[in-house]
Design a protein around this ligand. Structure first.
Ligand code: 5GP
Ligand code: MN
Length: 327
């Protein structure tokens, strides 16, 4: 990647010093890593007497509701447009403010912005950056900031960070599972994070609708390109149903990737008529970040996403064609 790594927490620590009012945010449709990172940042800032407001565009995911002080995660509301814009902003788990969705409108034009991220990117934003593509998660980076500040995470903060780490490493299975992140996880458990409770809340606490939707996804799987690619999909009708509101598809696409011989898996859902979201995963060397880039999306080499302005069947054809060109 063209960007020089900013692999030191020092700029982040300098950025925080002497601030009074900070907006902390993460990408739209946040996962455990983004949410864990913003909660841990707010905890750390409060230890330094700095007031931080966490505001995100999307509804905070219900599955993370077990995290302490979850009410800290504020959702962008209509009135939010009337508050004074923030001059100091921390963006976690995204390389630029575009990924914040509507929250971008709360940022003043000449705001100072700190980016904390582990996504590969050529053009990160920010007046200060702590970006490391080889970090497992943004929570790993926030852990480094917190300890470099001389703070020891308490039980709550350890649980925020541990949650982000297990979500982004796929419970310590993905290729980003380094000895460093295992050491950090060990420290977090020592500081009070409860692995069994967190795992149970994240992965053994599904709604019946989620489990039934998994069955539906698995039944929709189709193989392409001689078995190297698998697609699965949800129709527009299903994703606008009452049932869908109780469905969380986090991790589902991995069931398509788990098939022997499959190198690229995609889970597509037509979110609006003629607009299809795709979650992409890969194993071996196929780079889904680059694939997503060609379609206006992004992510990591093995986990990425994009929005295709087509109906479901056309989007699948487009995606299969794009994969074929890169295999
Ligand atoms: P997921 O498939 O779980 O929604 O996303 C996988 C990864 O790709 C996450 O790191 C997520 O932030 C990133 N991602 C998903 N969709 C997009 C997108 O449209 N643009 C960018 N830049 N990244 C995305
Ligand atoms: Mn992440």
């Amino acid at each position: 990647m063209g960007v020089k790594m900013s692999d030191s927490p020092d700029p982040a620590i300098r950025f925080i010093e002497g601030r009074s009012r900070i907006l902390v945010s993460t990408h739209v449709n946040p996962d455990g890593d983004g949410i864990g990172a913003v909660l841990a940042l707010k905890w750390a800032l409060s230890q330094r007497g700095v007031d931080a407001d966490i505001i995100i565009e999307s509804e905070p995911p219900e599955t993370l509701g077990f995290l302490a002080n979850y009410q800290w995660v504020g959702r962008m509301s209509e009135e939010a447009g009337n508050v004074a814009p923030y001059d100091t902003v921390i963006v976690a788990d995204a390389p630029h403010t575009e990924r914040l969705g509507a929250v971008k409108s709360l940022i003043s034009d000449n705001a100072e912005i700190l980016i904390i991220d582990h996504h590969p990117t050529d053009q990160p934003e920010g007046t200060a950056r702590y970006i490391n593509e080889s970090a497992s998660s943004s929570c790993e980076l926030v852990y480094n900031i917190i300890t470099a500040m001389g703070l020891s995470p308490d039980k709550d903060c350890s649980e925020y960070l541990y949650t982000g780490i297990i979500v982004d490493t796929g419970r310590f299975r993905f290729s980003n599972t380094s000895h460093t992140v295992l050491r950090i996880a060990s420290e977090l458990v020592k500081a009070g994070a409860d692995p069994n409770n967190i795992t149970e809340r994240l992965f053994y606490h599904n709604t019946i609708e989620t489990t039934m939707a998994l069955g539906r996804m698995i039944n929709s799987i189709k193989l392409h390109l001689g078995g190297k690619m698998a697609t699965a999909c949800y129709s527009h009708e299903f994703v606008t149903s009452e049932e869908w509101k109780k469905v969380d598809t986090e991790g589902f696409v991995n069931h398509a990737l788990a098939i022997r011989g499959v190198e690229v898996a995609a889970l597509l859902r037509e979110v609006k008529p003629g607009v299809t979201r795709a979650s992409l995963r890969s194993k071996n060397d196929f780079d889904v970040n680059r694939l997503a880039n060609t379609l206006g999306g992004g992510g990591h080499s093995k986990a990425a996403g994009c929005t295709i302005e087509e109906d479901l069947s056309t989007a699948i054809k487009k995606l299969v064609k794009a994969v074929k060109e890169r295999l």
